[in-house]
Design a protein around this ligand. Structure first.
Ligand code: ADP
Ligand code: GLC
Length: 493
């Protein structure tokens, strides 16, 4: 069990280089934690336009890299950089696919129509890079549909390869709502051979499905919380993948994400107006005041603030919140601060709320890491009414910032937040089960009335929440176990 493993992580985003959501946080933190456990990890990313070469010190690494896609040989270049923690990162540079403003979609939130080509190419190029540089991984770790072809490529093309032939594969599903389902017209370009276009592998109702192929070929599949792993074994949550996940048996597991506490800890956070800790909470009051000022809210320490930081996607349940948020601020003495972007309808609605309810609701439509930190620090509560949530990171950040989560009890939200018990004051947040705007209204009401009527309980919960620890070290150890299991599975074939 002590062997030092060589791991190639292939992913479509990674902090601090480029981020659209929690996937980037995970791909940024896990390799570092694995390295601290003594393993050798490299990360391979696409070189998007958004990546600041100067800031991150990208250097030319290899040119040219030839990648066979179907019958086409594509030529690209590779850059490299090293993270502060010493993890080598390689960037596949291919302007035809990655030199554009967005990662996955254009400014109007429309997916790029060539996404199947872009990510098939990227995944294949990443494996080719391992070959060209002689990096012989024990594990190739793919993330989400974008790189889910990696396990298939390994088994179909590289099984006898001197560099990649021994690599076992792990596929992490961060979100089963996105599977990479595209017209079979693109299948030729993937080079995965028509014999594999069958309903247990890449075929999905006549289309091709990248994630499904990944589930089939990976030596081990995991998702990012135990509850989501259970939920996705049932049809309701699995978007058609339940039978294939169930076929994996014990080779489909849930591993809870950790948090990078070097970035998300109010005691050392330099992006917030004042630091604070469980021993000295005075800084949190300053953060709250500054947040109220920043959003032109009534400056009053006694009015609770509920924070939202989110992609505006159906998954996040913000359409349900939209149905009741105005009733909530009309009926209760509470303020909201909202940060997010995505769905254009929700952007327009939440963007206007601050003019419709001045002093009570503040919103910023867009992406701002700094503001995200300031909201975590300044708010009293943090709401995530998700329809489903594979893990969720913001509620875990909220715990650390003493900002009590109000969550729908699903996936990782259920695993990380303990329900408030008003008899004893136990718990770390407020959970509801029913997916409805009424449940949101009631649960916010419950949190707000607790804030006013049982402040002692709130204080106890804040202390308890801040004491919770979801460290990457623990999660990385789980991943190492998963890697060994994948290696065993590969040997057994
Ligand atoms: P998901 O990956 O589904 O979006 P997570 O809760 O796992 O959900 O992770 C979201 C991450 O993205 C968090 O780190 C959060 O702070 C960040 N984030 C989301 N939207 C924004 C935004 N508009 N501005 C800044 N950070 C954001
Ligand atoms: C996905 C999920 C989110 C999870 C993140 C990182 O984007 O929606 O719940 O925390 O990936 O694993």
């Amino acid at each position: 069990m002590d062997k030092h493993l060589k791991i190639a992580v292939i992913a479509s985003e990674c902090v601090p280089f480029v981020k659209s959501g929690g996937l980037a946080d995970v791909v940024g933190a896990l390799p570092q934690a694995l390295r601290e456990l003594g393993h050798e990890v490299i990360v391979i990313l696409p070189k998007y336009r958004a990546i600041d070469e100067q800031k991150h010190g990208l250097q030319p690494f290899l040119s040219p890299l030839g990648v066979w896609m179907g019958n086409t040989l594509e030529w690209c270049r590779v850059n490299s950089a090293t993270t502060k923690a010493g993890v080598p990162v390689y960037f596949i540079e291919f302007d035809k696919y990655f030199d554009r403003d967005g990662l996955y979609h254009d400014a109007d939130f429309r997916d790029y129509s060539d996404n199947p080509l872009r990510y098939a190419f990227f995944t294949r190029a990443a494996l080719q890079l391992c070959r060209d540089m002689g990096f012989k991984p024990d594990i190739v770790h793919a993330h989400d549909w974008q790189t889910a072809l990696a396990p298939g490529y390994l088994k179909i093309w590289h099984w006898a390869d001197s560099v990649l032939g021994n690599a076992a594969s792990v596929l992490t599903i961060h979100n089963i709502g996105y599977q990479g389902v595209y017209s079979a017209d693109y299948y030729d370009y993937t080079g995965l051979q028509w014999g594999n276009f069958t309903s247990d592998k890449f075929e999905d109702h006549g289309r091709m499905n990248y994630l499904k192929g990944g589930i089939h070929y990976a030596d081990l599949v995991n998702t990012v919380s135990p509850t989501y792993a259970e939920e996705t074994r049932e049809p309701t949550y699995a978007w058609g993948m339940a039978p294939y996940l169930n076929d994996k048996g014990e080779n489909y597991v849930g591993i809870l994400n950790g948090v990078d506490y070097s970035q998300w800890d109010p005691a050392i956070d330099t992006l917030i107006p004042a630091q604070y800790s469980p021993e000295d909470m005075s800084g949190k009051a300053i953060c709250k005041r500054e947040l109220q000022k920043h959003f032109d809210l009534e400056v009053d320490p006694d009015i609770p603030i509920v924070g939202v930081i989110s992609r505006f996607a159906k998954q996040k349940g913000l359409d349900l919140l939209a149905e009741v948020i105005e009733n909530i601020v009309n009926d209760m003495a509470v303020q909201f601060v909202i940060l997010g972007s995505g769905d254009k309808g929700l952007e327009s609605y939440y963007g206007k709320l601050s003019t419709w309810h001045p002093g009570k609701i503040g919103s910023y439509i867009g992406y701002s890491n700094e503001l995200a930190h300031r909201i975590e620090a300044g708010a009293d509560f943090f709401i995530m009414p998700s329809t489903y949530e594979p893990c969720g990171l913001n509620q875990i950040y909220s715990l650390k910032y003493g900002t009590l989560p109000i969550v729908r009890a699903t996936g990782g939200l259920d695993d990380t937040v303990a329900q408030y018990d008003e008899r004893t004051g136990e718990g770390t947040g407020f959970k509801f089960w029913h997916l409805s705007s009424l449940a949101i209204y009631d649960t916010v009401g419950w949190a707000v009335s607790t804030f006013y009527d049982r402040p002692k309980h709130i204080q106890q919960m804040v202390q308890r929440a801040m004491g919770q620890r979801f460290s990457w070290e623990d999660s990385a150890q789980e991943y190492v176990k998963a890697y060994y299991k994948a290696i065993e599975n590969k040997k057994a074939v």
